[in-house]
Design a binder for this molecule. Structure first.
Ligand SMILES: Cc1cc2nc3c(=O)[nH]c(=O)nc-3n(C[C@H](O)[C@H](O)[C@H](O)COP(=O)(O)O)c2cc1C
Length: 466
């Protein structure tokens, strides 16, 4: 992780609603100095808006088809060396599944998520539960770690949003009319998301001071340098003692040279003795005496010998001093030990900082998870969630049946799509109330089952207050 977290946001939005929700969360992060980069996903063949009726229902089988992803462009393209600390996968919901262009992104660019912490951010009518589970599954297959979901919904009742969504998507009329509210994610939700963004921003508030560990390291190095300075005079003493020793050794060598020369003089027979062979015996006696004299220290070398003794003594004591810590350096030595310890530990931390990028990403991911859990990032409407989870399974069966009926535009397929629309209307009108009644009857077991199913995508379950 660099100085401030780097966040990559992948998003697709037809009307701009999803982008509005993304910005509500990321604006506070950018204000806090986070490096937020948004990457737009576009289908190569854009989906018309407002949707023609046949196209709106005709896209259903592809939405629930695991192989139905369309061609997309990614702007700017995903970088090979993308260094994001956190990824936001922002998606609308189409037929209880992630919108086709966003599903296509995971297929086309799985490396954008591999090994990364990912938040799912969804903005839709109000049925996002199956889609979030699908996103979590697909991102997991791409090697991403799903941290949690941020969900922004239309907070009007399910019956009202059924009407207002169709009015918006099929006729392009979003604003309130005929007693029906404005469609889609409203300001109440955008305010909640902005507050969430501010809380996330507190995970890494703007930094203006240098890293404290670097300051500590510098001061530890200062203590070390000054202790080394104190040792310098001792090193000078040692050098001068070594100089005295070298010169005494030089004197000794020259005395030994003189001695060697005298011995070689005595080894050869002196010329004035050659003619006096007869007198050899007494001369030899003289020679023996001279040799015995030379065996002992020559008298004129005795004073040198005496000078050498104290030098050698001093040398021995200097060496003794240097072997033990000089008394005036003892406290410095004491100061130096903790400084060195601290230095070692600071260096250890720096090393682990350098090699522990992934660990730090994990710390950020844990922080994000905690904020999402603590601040209603994805409030759960238990009855809607149960209906969504049941319908999500049935939708996949319907999708297979319709795809098996023929290609797009073929009559049999069109007819089956019509039957599906009738079933869907019945499910919305009758199915949802039936699920709500079931919840009243067996509330504890009902809520526990929903909570278990949503655990992979919702950091902490808070019920929608309605
Ligand atoms: C084909 C289609 C199907 C949709 N299905 C759902 C759905 O199942 N659940 C839901 O909550 N919203 C659904 N929506 C609404 C979208 O999730 C989204 O709110 C709307 O399309 C606007 O998003 P955008 O303009 O940001 O792309 C659907 C929209 C479309 C176009």
């Amino acid at each position: 992780m660099g100085a401030q977290p780097r966040v990559r946001v992948y998003w697709y939005s037809q009307t701009g609603q999803l982008l509005e929700s993304v910005c509500a969360v990321t604006d506070p992060l950018e204000k806090a100095g986070w490096d937020v980069r948004k990457v737009e996903i576009r289908p190569r063949e854009p989906f018309a808006f407002p949707w023609p009726l046949r196209r709106f229902f005709g896209v259903f089988p592809a939405c629930v088809d695991p192989d139905g992803a369309p061609g997309i462009t990614v702007r700017p393209p995903v970088a090979e060396d993308d260094d994001a600390d956190l990824v936001v996968f922002a998606f609308p919901v189409w037929y209880l599944a992630p919108a086709l262009p966003m599903r296509a992104l995971i297929d086309a660019e799985p490396q954008a998520f591999e090994g990364r912490a990912v938040i799912g951010l969804v903005a839709c009518r109000n049925m996002w539960y199956s889609a979030a589970l699908e996103v979590q599954r697909l991102l997991g297959a791409a090697g991403g770690r799903y941290v949690g979901t941020i969900a922004a919904v239309d907070t009007a009742s399910a019956a009202v949003t059924f009407v207002t969504q169709l009015r918006w998507l099929l006729a392009g009329r979003r604003e309130a009319s005929w007693g029906f509210s404005r469609a889609g994610v409203g300001n109440d939700e955008l305010d909640r998301l902005a507050l969430l963004g501010e809380r996330l921003a507190q995970l890494a508030p703007a930094q203006s001071e240098p890293a404290p560990q670097q300051g500590d390291l510098a001061s530890a190095q200062g203590v070390l340098a000054s202790a080394q300075g104190d040792l310098a005079p001792q090193q000078g003493d040692l050098a001068s003692a070594q100089g005295v020793l070298a010169s005494a050794q030089g004197d000794l060598a020259s005395q030994q040279g003189e001695l060697a020369r005298a011995q070689s003089d005595l080894a050869s027979v002196p010329p004035h003795l050659a003619s006096q062979q007869g007198d050899l015996a007494p001369a030899q006696g003289e020679l023996a005496r001279a040799q015995s004299d030379l065996a002992s220290v020559p008298p004129h070398l005795a004073p040198q010998q005496g000078d050498l003794a104290p030098v050698q003594g001093e040398l021995a004591s200097q060496q003794g001093d240097l072997a033990s810590v000089p008394p005036h350096l003892a406290p410095q030595q004491g100061d130096l030990a903790p400084a060195q310890d601290e230095l070692a530990s600071q260096q250890g931390e720096f090393v682990s900082r350098a090699v522990g990028e992934e660990a730090l990403e994990e710390v950020l991911a844990e922080g994000v998870r905690a904020v999402l859990a603590a601040h209603d990032a994805a409030p759960v409407h238990y009855a809607l969630a149960a209906a969504d989870l049941l319908a999500g399974k049935v939708f996949r069966v319907w999708g297979r049946v319709i795809r098996a009926a023929g290609r797009r535009g073929e009559a049999q397929r069109a007819a089956l799509t019509g039957v599906f629309v009738l079933w869907l209307t019945g499910a919305v009108l009758a199915g949802l109330p039936a699920v709500a009644v079931a919840r009243v009857l067996v509330r504890a077991g009902f809520d526990a089952a929903v909570a278990r199913r949503l655990a992979p995508v919702v950091a902490a379950l808070t019920e929608v207050r309605s």
